[in-house]
Design a protein around this ligand. Structure first.
Ligand code: 3H9
Length: 694
């Protein structure tokens, strides 16, 4: 039966159904058919008075098999299976361990009782994939847990611990033990009547118009771009009516979400975050990292230290002066306090983490640590000096990492007698919050050192992406390119606020000028100065307006003035900005023209895609999906668009080439068609094909 993914066992007067579809028991067609066949087999045998349904391996069903989405539907569908379970004459109790997510929880809710082991979690995370619970979840969850809980569950997608699920009414009992044993005991209890059963669809939902109304308003405000959250609310609202009509209503909305580009983008992001772990060094044995040294107590160094401490690692923080060290320790303490406030760690864990922090002004304190991360000022001479010292101080086998965001990791590694132990670990600010870690692999970096970078990221709950060496690696190299477009747009006639709003309309949380103000305009100013000598003569200079702001000391939020003026919580116009823009346009001999929001987005995105294509072409990123994940996890790229190169496929290479060629009429130096994109346009290829290794 079902390639043995679903098996039946008869024990006295009960039957047990076991689902075994590693790794996460996703409910693919074989599982679905297997469940239906199992019920038929049990009915035919005629001996069972109750059924226990449980899963083998690490988890209960973690959802529908997402890889089936977008392909022709395979019968029986999951909604049908949940209904067949519910309609089954012999009562069925589901036993949940691991995580019962999405279609998994829906399967359990189709059963007649639910028992969870104490460590189990349940959730309906479909909204995070741009869809909605489409196998009865929006109708059964409110019947079991009430409208308010169901809305929370379905809109947050969060994993609810068994204890809370019990309080909500989603599960009926918590029993400890191996899933099979718990299932056997629970089924026997059903037979003797000590575990009550009922059909969820026969329950009624108590109306709660106020909750529906407030939630709908909140959703529209919070997710103006997304279609599925609103549909989730509509479906939950429909659960107060007839059950069958509610199921049909849910099905129709599910089918509207499933083929949407948003859902495709979100699903690409889900698989992308997992695909980036597939690196050439994945089979190498990572070195054990039991202690970490961080050099530099500034924002980055403190953030990295916080992240390591939160992962349970002891940290030795190094600063040149006692004053700098005190500042670093204070920042780390503040970061940890913030984590407690945000509910990310308990006060006890915070104290334990802080107790693992050692602060020192002596580099020699790093002699015994397993990994050092240098996070000092972005100047090659300073980094070289530090790595020369580290080479003399650190024990053999220690991994030596630089948190540089632009500089040549090979040049840094060459300062040591052990370049094989050196790599870049590029964190993003604030490092204890941002998910992304670029693992920058130098010419001589050993495979096990790369694997160690990935293992560290996992420990820190970050998404690691492998990057090659070039100025800015994956993310900042692409950023450096497309930000020029933003500045050209402003020089040529768009207002910074229009550019920001157009891109926020596209889905970015903040437009580039607002981001610049937040990060500090002095960063870009220093980068432009650093690169001034290497800027080709034919490159158009876009930094004139930003330079003027920085030269006035208006570096953004931290100085209360940049592209905007910041007063308390308010963001206001900068009254001096227009004069500066006019002056710089006049100086460059530009007659400003009008840009539509659409053209702004097109030019900005085309620039981003062009450089992203070159990054793939040059082998700096392993695959297009690596670029996508960098932008989703580190640059606030709208997740529902899947990343720049997933988005590029929705436009198509031919159209992109056409756009670049048209823009090149104005500026042939900046707008060049990447060879990869041209080839795709000619062959009808896509970035998705490249991800699949085609
Ligand atoms: C749904 O249910 C729709 C229904 O309402 C309606 C239908 C009509 N399918 O994350 P991991 C793979 S929508 C296929 O590394 P962990 C994953 O890609 C679904 N594959 O493990 C990976 O493959 P690989 C609602 C899946 O322990 C491997 O399993 N459910 C699925 O860190 C291991 O995964 C969800 O959204 C899937 N559903 O975390 C839950 N799930 O090894 C999505 C995982 O080749 N899943 N894979 O890279 C998760 O959140 C996590 O995987 C989970 C385990 C927490 C379960």
């Amino acid at each position: 039966m079902g390639e043995n993914k679903v098996t039946v066992e008869f024990v006295e007067d009960v039957a047990l159904i076991c689902i075994n579809n590693p790794p996460v028991n996703a409910s693919g067609v074989v599982v679905r058919q297997g469940i239906v066949d199992a019920l038929d087999e049990i009915k035919a045998a005629g001996s069972a008075k109750a059924i226990g349904l449980y899963c083998a391996g690490r988890t209960f069903i973690a959802g529908a098999d997402i890889t089936e989405f977008g392909k022709p539907p395979l019968e029986p569908g999951l909604p049908e299976v949940c209904n067949i379970l519910e309609d089954n004459e012999i009562p069925i109790v589901a036993v949940i361990h691991g995580t019962a997510l999405g279609g998994g929880l829906e399967t359990a809710m189709g059963c007649h009782a639910r028992v969870a082991v104490p460590t189990a979690k349940v959730g309906l995370p479909e909204v995070l994939l741009g869809i909605l619970p489409g196998a009865g979840g929006t109708q059964r969850a409110p019947r079991l847990a009430g409208i308010s809980n169901a809305l929370d569950l379905i809109l947050s997608g969060r994993h609810v611990p068994a204890k809370d699920a019990l309080e909500m009414g989603l599960v009926d009992r918590i029993d400890d033990g191996e899933p099979r044993e718990v299932a056997l005991a629970a089924a026997k209890d059903v037979v003797v009547g000590t575990l009550a059963t009922r059909r969820t669809g026969e329950l009624t939902t108590t109306p709660d118009d106020a909750a529906i109304e407030t939630t709908m308003a909140a959703v529209q405000k919070k997710h103006p771009h997304l279609i599925s959250p609103q549909k989730c609310v509509e479906c939950v609202a429909a659960s107060t009516g007839d059950f069958k009509e509610g199921l049909a209503f849910e099905r129709a909305r599910f089918m509207e979400c499933l083929p949407s580009p948003q859902s495709k983008g979100l699903i690409h992001a889900f698989f992308g975050e997992r695909a980036v772990a597939n690196i050439p060094e994945r089979k190498a044995q990572a070195r054990d990292i039991a202690s970490v040294g961080v050099i530099g107590g500034g924002t980055m160094g403190s953030g990295i230290s916080t992240s390591a401490l939160m992962a349970g690692l002891p940290v030795t923080l190094i600063e040149v002066s006692q004053e700098g060290l005190d500042r670093g320790v204070a920042t780390i303490t503040g970061n940890l306090d913030g984590a407690v406030k945000r509910g990310k760690m308990s006060p006890e864990k915070r104290d334990a983490a802080l107790a693992k922090l050692t602060a020192s002004t002596e580099m020699e304190s790093l002699a015994e640590v397993d990994l050092v991360i240098e996070a000092v000022f972005e100047k090659m001479e300073i980094k070289k000096e530090i790595f020369t010292k580290l080479d003399a101080i650190c024990k053999d086998g220690a991994v030596l990492a630089s948190n540089t965001s632009y500089l040549d990791v090979n040049e840094i590694a060459a300062m040591t007698r052990r370049p094989q132990d050196v790599l870049g670990l590029h964190f993003f600010s604030p490092a204890h919050i941002m998910k992304l870690l670029e693992v920058v692999v130098g010419e001589k970096t050993a495979p096990e050192v790369v694997a160690t970078g990935f293992a560290l990221a996992k420990k820190m709950r970050k998404v690691a992406v492998r990057a090659g060496v070039c100025d800015g690696f994956i993310g900042n190299r692409i950023l450096g390119h497309y930000l020029k477009t933003a500045s050209y747009l402003v020089l040529d006639g768009a207002h910074p606020d229009q550019v920001d709003k157009a891109l926020e309309g596209f889905g970015f949380a903040m437009g580039p000028h607002r981001v610049g103000d937040l990060a500090g305009l002095d960063i870009g100013y220093m980068t432009r100065k650093r690169l001034a000598a290497t800027r080709p003569a034919e490159e158009r200079y876009g930094g004139a307006i930003a330079d003027r702001l920085s030269e006035n000391g208006w570096n953004g939020r931290k100085t209360s003035k940049g592209y905007y003026v910041y007063e308390g919580r308010d963001t206001l116009e900068n009254p001096d900005l227009n004069a500066i823009i006019d002056e710089e346009r006049a100086r460059a001999g530009i007659t400003p023209r009008v840009f539509s929001d659409e053209e702004i987005v097109e030019r900005y995105m085309t620039a981003m895609i062009s450089e992203a294509a070159r990054v793939v072409e040059d082998g700096i990123a392993l695959r297009p999906v690596d670029v996508d994940v960098v932008f989703l996890s580190g640059y606030g790229f709208p997740r529902f668009r899947g990343g720049p190169l997933h988005y590029a496929d929705t436009i198509g290479a031919a159209e992109l080439v056409k756009r670049i060629e048209a823009y090149a009429q104005e500026d042939a130096h900046y707008w060049k068609v990447p060879a990869l994109l041209r080839k795709m346009a000619e062959d009808g290829g896509s970035f998705a094909d490249l991800n699949k290794g085609k």
